[in-house]
Design a protein around this ligand. Structure first.
Ligand code: CA
Length: 240
């Protein structure tokens, strides 16, 4: 088995003014299953970041219309990863690039397979980061509420309790305004998916159940009832 069996797809933007190097990189990465778009200038790169929406940028520094480092601020806004490929091997150059937000650095000449592996690793990490952040709907003092398993877990991944679907919806709705009141009407709509208050009592029962679950697992998160308006999720002061 080679290390290639993990299939990761992604959009890669290559910014490189040398025709020979650009053709080699594009060909190799495309052959390995990535979507490739390549440009030769800063100007074209800026446009492509917006239209092609790359996951990873492979960036040369010395370009005809300026230095690749000028793209770093555009990248931050786009959330795309960046691997710099340059013949500048000086440690101060590399540190500067990493400080500006580059994720990785390859000194020319480099092995095409190494570039492929680094691109693939970056995509894998990004996928992992996206799925884990989507999956955790509440994170508080080391306690996390995980959507997929409906579980509340501690720092070590130990399951403290399992929530029902309604409890999950409720804690998600409350946590989006942690420390602030969420109206009964909004909670009701978010949890039960209806605008009418015909099951208004059901909300109070649900809040009470969730409150007990939170207390039982020993967190100091509490759901406070605010008379006349709604509920809020807050942190109880330590009793000790
Ligand atoms: Ca160049």
């Amino acid at each position: 088995m080679s290390g290639n069996d993990l299939t990761v797809s992604g959009r890669i933007l290559i910014v490189e003014d040398s025709d020979a190097i650009r053709t080699l990189m594009s060909g190799y990465l495309r052959q390995n299953g990535f979507d490739i778009y390549s440009v030769t200038s800063l100007l074209a790169a800026r446009a492509a970041i917006k239209t092609f929406k790359p996951d990873v940028l492979v960036l040369d520094l010395g370009l005809d219309d300026g230095d690749g480092t000028e793209l770093m601020s555009d990248l931050k806004a786009s959330g795309c990863g960046c691997i710099v490929v340059s013949s500048r091997s000086d440690i101060s150059d590399r540190l500067k690039l990493l400080e500006l937000g580059a994720d990785d650095y390859l000194i020319k000449p480099f092995d095409l397979h190494e570039l492929f592996l680094r691109v693939r690793n970056m995509l894998t990490q990004r996928l992992r980061a996206v799925s884990s952040s989507d999956d955790v709907i509440v994170e508080y003092n080391g306690i996390r509420v995980v959507l997929a398993t409906r579980s509340v877990i501690d720092q070590d991944g130990k399951v403290l309790t399992i929530l029902t679907d309604s409890e999950l919806l409720l804690i998600r709705s409350l946590s989006q305004s942690f420390g602030a009141v969420v109206t009964r009407k909004d909670l009701y709509t978010n949890v039960f998916g209806r605008k009418s208050f015909d099951r208004s009592r059901a909300l109070d029962v649900l809040v009470s159940k969730l409150r007990h679950k939170l207390k039982d697992i020993g967190t100091n998160m509490d759901i406070k009832s605010v008379r006349g308006s709604g509920y809020m999720l807050l942190e109880e002061p330590d009793i000790s």
